[in-house]
Design a protein around this ligand. Sequence first.
Ligand SMILES: NC(=O)c1ccc[n+]([C@@H]2O[C@H](COP(=O)([O-])OP(=O)(O)OC[C@H]3O[C@@H](n4cnc5c(N)ncnc54)[C@H](OP(=O)(O)O)[C@@H]3O)[C@@H](O)[C@H]2O)c1
Length: 244
Amino acid sequence: MSRIVGSVALVTGANRGIGRAVVEALIARGAAKVYAAARNIEALADLVAAGSGRVVALALDITSDESVALAKAIASDVTLLINNAGALAPGSQLSTSIEQLKLNLDVNYYGTLRTASAFAPVIEANGGGSIANVLSAVSFASVPGFGAYSASKAAAHSLTQGLRAELGPKGVKISGIYPGPVDTDMAKALEGVEKATPASVAAEILDGIEAGDDYILPDPMAKQAYATFREDPRSLEAFFANFA
Ligand SMILES: NC(=O)c1ccc[n+]([C@@H]2O[C@H](COP(=O)([O-])OP(=O)(O)OC[C@H]3O[C@@H](n4cnc5c(N)ncnc54)[C@H](OP(=O)(O)O)[C@@H]3O)[C@@H](O)[C@H]2O)c1
């Protein structure tokens, strides 16, 4: 279990979408301090203003070693890291250039790895805590229309499993979060699909972190996809193959 009340959290990609909703939920639930991290900190002004003095804007590009090192030097009191920042470069893996598809892995896998590596020792030194990685229902099976994104989220799922084994004994609890479609900029192009709200997903994420869940399934589609995957992985693959 990891208590939100009194925690010092860092949320990546906090300027919009799910990350912004998570910052708001952390403040509402009594976090002592929330580092709202974004590439452009000017986009955080209203979040900081509404944060009762508990939201600190932090510049962070998770694809940059230098940026992560600077953030680590500032946020040395973190006990809860929420790796939310993500990118979706769409396209069939067969007909899109590798250069374009690389963005998915650079942000979703290597970026998540970079911040987890930097902050795991910080959390350990602060007496233990949690790292929660925002992954996706497509971590469990590929959606061909965004195949490289799916591959990056599968890689980040594998990363999450590895971190759990390595960091659990050091007092750092690791959770994976596997949303279905959520109504944010990232899912704008998905039409005719039911989408969860960022606020409802944020609430479920914090419930899962507090409960110490390994797998957090924060919306109905996430729960359905994981149940199908557990019953028959091939049938989730077939469902997602027709999704795009
Ligand atoms: N929306 C969905 O349907 C859905 C479903 C499953 C999982 N997810 C995952 O949920 C997470 C949040 O996505 P969202 O839906 O809230 O999307 P979003 O509204 O597009 O937000 C993405 C966030 O990630 C940030 N980001 C991208 N690249 C970054 C980098 N190199 N360094 C730091 N921050 C970076 C963006 O910052 P900028 O504003 O600077 O670009 C933005 O704050 C992602 O990991 C996504 O893959 C989303």
